[in-house]
Ligand binder design. Sequence first.
Ligand SMILES: NC(=O)c1ccc[n+]([C@@H]2O[C@H](COP(=O)([O-])OP(=O)(O)OC[C@H]3O[C@@H](n4cnc5c(N)ncnc54)[C@H](O)[C@@H]3O)[C@@H](O)[C@H]2O)c1
Length: 376
Amino acid sequence: MRIGVPKEIKNHEHRVALTPAGAVLLISAGHQVVVQSKAGADSGFSDAAYEQAGALVVPDAHQAWSQDLVVKVKEPQLSEYIFLRPELTLFTYLHLAAFPELAGELLVKKVCAIGYETVQTDAGVLPLLKPMSEVAGRVAVQMGVYFLQKENGSAFPGKGCLPAGIGGAPPMHAVIVGAGNVGMNAADAAAGLGARVTLLETNESRIRQLQRETHENITVVHFSHDGFYALLPTCDLLVGATLIPGKHAAQLLNRSDLRLMQPGSVFVDVSIDQGGISETSRATSYDDPVYVEEGVIHCCLPNLPAAVPQTSTSALTEATLPYIQTVAAHGVAGVLRDFPALARGINTLAGEIINPAVASTLAGKIQGTAEKTTSL
Ligand SMILES: NC(=O)c1ccc[n+]([C@@H]2O[C@H](COP(=O)([O-])OP(=O)(O)OC[C@H]3O[C@@H](n4cnc5c(N)ncnc54)[C@H](O)[C@@H]3O)[C@@H](O)[C@H]2O)c1
């Protein structure tokens, strides 16, 4: 199969979907790898490294996108819609629940689009979301702690507290909603800095497991709306880390609930890529990462792992490579027949949404795509 690796163009996205070591494995299996020039530069991989691996390095996006299988990191951006076409298999993070317009384009162009985040094992594990979630949970705390400082380089001074309690000063209180991959890594990172952490979760068996395993500074409790609101007045750092796979994140906070928090406290909504957990959440970018609503500093970056591309690219490609090898070796028909975990990741195929959770979330939300497509 011919595999294309375009350079990511989403704002401040520095990761790449394939390392030179991954290219070696694909090429040795008989595939052709075409990498856009500078695609790996921010992750520490030069064009020469891809050439040494046996890949063809091409100057522009069009050539990378013209291959049978295109592997990416982030969802196609508006200027990439022209590359979508019926023969294309696209393998990337899609998060279509948050991007109905993109879903419409993938349907109209009849792309086979496989979303990393919806590849799911029989046991319900999301193996391609996990590594980036682990990174995101840790970056979320680094961001949150930074913006909690009075001097934080933004127009919005934080409360001015340090994570660890020093002398008589109490430690920061971090409240984390969702105790999955993001939530647990955020909890570990915050507790490691000396913070007091309250982790809220809905899944009973997960709560019992974590109550046996976690750090002494971390309290795991069952999520209830009243219990959550009761924590807000003492919460310095709030992290949104829930997920219902393929669905829009449940909205757990209204604008008025935020008034329970103290001015200058920080809310990092990691779930923003699924729409966010608050009425006040809207995606930000690394150009302008924070804004304030009701006195609370909001940081809603949909690509937190992009801040640490050397770590993120290694972690991501280690997880995705076996699945890329499977698509390349067996094609979409083979995946549908023999690889159920990967088949669950197929969001759109031949003009239909075939992932049930994505289909139910997007029902009635995809309109006007035909007009947009003809104008491109
Ligand atoms: N912004 C970013 O850069 C970035 C990066 C990676 C992941 N994410 C997002 O972070 C979110 C979490 O990902 P994850 O890998 O940790 O998922 P996960 O499935 O491992 O964990 C989510 C947890 O949330 C729990 N949950 C669901 N609804 C809840 C509720 N109402 N209250 C409390 N807990 C609830 C689930 O039971 C589960 O344990 C997802 O939306 C994911 O897309 C964002």
